[in-house]
Ligand binder design. Structure first.
Ligand code: PRX
Length: 632
């Protein structure tokens, strides 16, 4: 494998090289993998269409590089350690050799149910080893996986299945999340009633042994199909630009979009970024607490670690079960070296008190990571002092579903860290800040809109089934640039601090929500006339959801609030439930009828003294009545 970036000087040299000769830089990274057919050209691109291709003409299979490639040297090394929800239950571990055999069995099972290259498979599973096996089995035979986070509702699941035209759903009977057992097979049954006409098979893993409803024509138990398959399965050789997976994420308008990642570029970047960001060394135990339903889990639980030949821990449960010391107990139990989590978890655990981490040594930790949302200074300092004991570097990693891998981050032991700063771009990533007109801002100590001016291997290629939407959302704001949707600040030394979304996307506990999506859900209630959702500062979640609702013929009471929460839970899932619901008579609008969210955001954040000029509104009078009813 290519050497890791080893010092600040080395970082600067690599960065300069990657800008001077991007093709040469990425060719070297790509050549360390197994290719059935070598690529002929490293990159071709234009951001107008957009059309981005990497490692053109090459053929490979990501599972050969995750698994087969390692068997000779590390067949008996543990690939996955697994900690169950219940602390007393036995743990599991899968070596690279066993994982390959299990993946092949599952791949043969998919084939036995008619799944072929290019078919879509939706995975709706708990955090158990079979989830990784299912994803890798798809990749083995060239099927395209689309993981749906198990917190999404039947409606949201069926929307995604229908959009992808998936032929199979893989799920479990029940998910275990702390004290709760969630009936996911029942959710799949409901989704099948709502749509999912393309689905021929529902493959069900028996996770808890509880009863489930069964339809013999589509449902198949994992244990009846997978174990008896052969443990050999030839990989499907994929073109570099064949689809690897689709992952749905929220945007500022309309329905969630299916972000498309392709085989070779994603492989090269997830491995490169994993190795360098975590400075992973042979024998280290690495743990990322994300859910595989999000991009972090794809790139930094499954693909990145396996490509790098790492030992990675997977955890089924939640940070506070059975108590708020669970994460730290697990760190000690497995002697975790690299620990990667989200600010929302850090804030939630910080609120439980310092006595929890104080019970554990945490001495094995070498790197602490943060991802998914801005980390506030207080949480950064607590993480540093109470988990890292002041001697473990924190990497505040910025990326997106669309970027496939971490693009901006300190490198541990290499970059000086500064609280709340994601710091510098990885070599190969050409970030720039622009103003609202798209003019590059070159000076430091400024804020601007974060864009990227050159492609990187794991960037999204399209939004599934709607290329125009991809062009429109990411490439039309500023000519020749990929626009991230985030604002950023650059300090005097050129370090970047990500401020957050500048569009109508809200980041709640690190989960992305589109305002339009939540509003559409609320508007499904027959007594809701109109609604507006904005984000407001929330001590644990980072941002909370504040709903303004106009109603008719309905008592404005908690029972109605409850009905609204139920509609949102039904349409999207419990993760999209508003934290506050204010009933209003009207919403401030521009003369052209657009809701003025800027004003609503200020009111929800209790900054009503600072609304600016409201005289140009269509209905300025309504503002005072909204302020009068604001909820604490
Ligand atoms: O606003 C940024 C925020 O999360 C958004 C991407 O969300 P998603 O696609 O769900 O991926 C989350 C996991 C990578 C970004 O546009 N974000 C992500 N990481 C950070 C962040 N904001 C601040 N600091 C970060 N480290």
């Amino acid at each position: 494998m290519t050497p890791l970036i080893s010092s600040w000087e080395d970082y600067q040299r690599c960065y300069a090289e990657s800008v001077a000769d991007p093709a040469g830089f990425w060719k070297r990274e790509a050549e360390q993998f197994v290719w059935e057919k070598p690529f002929e050209k490293t990159v071709e691109w234009n951001f107008e269409e957009p059309d981005v291709q990497w490692f053109i003409g090459g053929k490979t299979n990501i599972t050969v590089n995750c698994l087969d490639r390692h068997i000779e040297r590390r067949g008996d090394q543990v690939a996955f350690l697994w900690e169950p929800n219940e602390p007393g239950e036995s743990t599991r571990s899968l070596t690279y050799r066993t994982l390959l055999a299990e993946v092949n069995r599952c791949a043969n099972a998919l084939k036995a149910r008619g799944i072929k290259k290019g078919d879509k498979v939706v995975v709706y599973m708990p955090m158990i080893p079979e989830l990784s096996i299912a994803l890798l089995a798809c990749a083995r035979i060239g099927a395209v996986h689309s993981v749906v986070f198990a917190g999404f509702s039947a409606q949201a699941l069926s929307d995604r299945v229908d959009d992808a035209q998936a032929k199979m759903i893989i799920c479990a009977d029940y998910n275990r999340r702390g004290a709760k057992h969630i009936p996911v097979k029942a959710v799949v049954d409901q989704a099948m009633d709502l749509g999912c006409n393309s689905v021929k098979t529902v493959l069900v893993y028996n996770n808890t042994g509880k009863e489930v409803h069964w339809s013999d024509d589509v449902d198949v138990w994992w244990h009846d199909l997978v174990p008896q398959q052969s443990n050999k399965c030839e990989p499907e050789w994929m073109d570099s630009e064949d689809l690897l997976f689709i992952l749905y994420t929220s945007g500022s308008t309309g329905k969630p979009k299916g972000v498309v990642h392709t085989c070779a570029g994603y492989m090269v970047y997830s491995c490169y970024s994993f190795r360098n960001v975590f400075q992973y060394k042979e024998g280290d135990i690495y743990w990322c607490t994300a859910d595989v339903g999000w991009i972090t889990g794809h790139s930094y639980i499954i693909y990145g670690p396996l490509l790098a030949g790492a030992t990675s821990l997977m955890f089924e449960g939640v940070p506070t079960y059975p108590d708020a010391g669970r994460f730290w107990q697990i760190c000690d139990k497995y002697q975790v070296n690299q620990f990667y989590t989200a600010p929302t978890a850090i804030r939630a655990l910080m609120a439980q008190g310092d006595q929890w981490p104080a019970q554990y040594s945490l001495d094995s930790l070498k790197v602490l990571g943060s991802v998914g949302e801005p980390i506030n200074e207080e949480a950064w300092n607590w993480y540093d002092q109470h988990i890292g004991h002041g001697k473990v570097p924190i990497v505040d990693t910025w990326f997106q579903t669309e970027t496939g891998g971490i693009l901006i981050t300190p490198l541990p032991g290499i970059t000086d860290t500064k609280p709340t700063y994601a710091s510098y771009p990885m070599p190969g990533i050409q970030t720039i800040l622009v103003d609202a007109e798209g003019q590059e801002i070159t000076e430091n100590e400024v804020e601007g809109l974060l864009c990227i001016r050159f492609p990187w291997p794991s960037m999204l290629r399209t939004t599934y089934g709607d290329h125009e939407r991809c062009r429109q959302v990411y490439f039309s704001s500023f000519k020749g640039l990929y626009f991230t949707g985030d604002g950023a600040r650059r300090d005097a030394d050129g370090r970047l601090r990500i401020i957050g979304r500048v569009d109508d996307v809200i980041n709640v506990s690190g989960h992305r929500m589109g305002t339009a999506e939540v509003e559409n859900a609320i508007n499904e209630h027959p007594n809701v006339v109109e609604s507006a959702i904005v984000g407001y500062p929330h001590a644990i979640k980072g941002q909370g959801l504040y709903a303004y609702v106009i109603t008719q013929d309905k008592a404005l009471d908690d029972a109605f609030r409850q009905e609204i929460l139920e509609v949102v839970t039904r349409e999207i899932g419990p993760i999209a439930k508003p934290d506050k619901i204010q009933f209003v008579e009207g919403l401030p609008k521009t003369r052209s009828g657009k809701i003025m969210r800027r004003i609503l955001r200020k009111i929800a954040a209790r900054e009503e003294s600072n609304l600016g000029d409201i005289s140009t509104l269509l209905n300025p009078d309504v503002v005072q009545s909204v302020i009068d009813g604001v909820l604490d």
